[in-house]
Design a protein around this ligand. Structure first.
Ligand code: NAP
Length: 283
């Protein structure tokens, strides 16, 4: 049976450190603030935003929530973001995705000033990640790296396979593994011989959004398996992209869903907000 990499335990340790830093800033007269914008009534987005607000509260970070109606226009959203860009109390701005279809996601993301872009989605921050000179890392891939390091797993020289190439998870994940000296293969829906590619991995990171897609025959004996997926199984129960029951019999270590990558993503968002506050107050 694989060792379970416990995202709840690791995120608690990360958050404890953040909390101490937030208190120390507070003693210097600096309050840390995060603005969270949600447009419309998407139930999953509402849950994510509620979890982010809860984490802020736990850590002493002030959260400013803007819940806007689904019919909000680009102009209205841009005007709010401009106001927040110029608000000194707000260190980080997060616009919960996906936005309703009529809104221009790219335009909205690009309108957040890079110094407050705590999701690290702005092209300037994405470019900085590419050259390894970054202020913020995208929360989910950063959370995965933190989990691997915390678990004492070496990345240098290891064969890492990332399944999925989204801008939010797969691509930055591959880049961060590369920065940690891994030899990285990125797979996607057009990959030929996906099973063989996965079975070569010392560290396998899966982010495709397909419930229980990765089965034991796709995994090398003793491999480290990181499951980013947040899916629903045939009974509507939350599960990952990896078939945990079979893969955990073969892997050396594995992240569960829930309780794996999810809590780490939120912890990293808090870390980015703290970093933003420190940088903005050091000028
Ligand atoms: P996405 O934008 O839909 O991208 C999915 C990627 O998976 C695409 O690159 C796609 O390939 C690839 N893919 C789809 N089917 C495949 C297949 N059969 N074989 C190989 N590759 C395949 O998804 P995402 O935003 O990256 O999210 C992925 C999963 O992670 C979702 O379950 C999401 O809910 C979850 N997630 C979790 C967290 C967290 O905090 N735990 C955060 C973000 C996302 P193509 O490019 O060729 O289409």
């Amino acid at each position: 049976m694989a060792k379970i990499i416990d995202g709840r335990e690791i995120s608690a340790a990360v958050k404890q450190q953040i909390k101490e830093d937030v208190v120390s800033l507070y003693k210097q007269g600096i309050e840390v603030g995060l603005a969270v914008i949600i447009v419309g009534d998407d139930p999953a987005s509402k849950v994510y935003v509620a979890n982010k607000e809860k984490a802020c509260e736990q850590l002493g970070i002030t959260s400013y929530k803007y819940a806007l109606p689904a019919e909000t226009t680009n102009e209205e959203l841009l005007s709010l973001i401009e106001k927040l860009n110029n608000d000194k109390k707000v260190n980080g701005i997060l616009c919960q995705l996906p936005l309703p279809k009529h809104l221009d996601e790219k335009l909205i993301i690009n309108s957040i000033v890079p110094e407050k872009d705590v999701d690290a989605f702005h092209p300037q921050n994405v470019g900085k990640i590419m050259i390894g000179d970054f202020d913020f890392l995208p929360c989910t891939p950063a959370g995965v790296i933190e989990m691997i390091k915390y678990s004492g797993i070496e990345m240098s020289g290891k064969k890492c396979v990332v399944v999925g190439r989204s801008n939010i998870v797969g691509k930055p994940m591959a880049m961060l593994l590369l920065h940690n000296n891994a030899t990285v293969t990125v797979c996607h829906s057009r990959t030929v011989n996906l099973k063989e590619e996965c079975a070569n991995a010392d560290i396998l990171v899966v982010a495709i959004g397909k419930a229980k897609f990765v089965t034991a025959d796709m995994v090398k004996e003793g491999a480290i398996v990181i499951d980013v997926g947040m899916d629903r199984d045939e009974n509507g129960k939350l599960c990952g992209d990896v078939d945990f029951d079979s893969v955990s019999q073969k892997a050396g270590a594995i992240t569960p869903v829930p309780g794996g990558v999810g809590p780490m993503t939120i912890a990293m968002l808090m870390k980015n907000t703290l970093t933003a506050a420190k940088k903005q107050n050091s000028k």
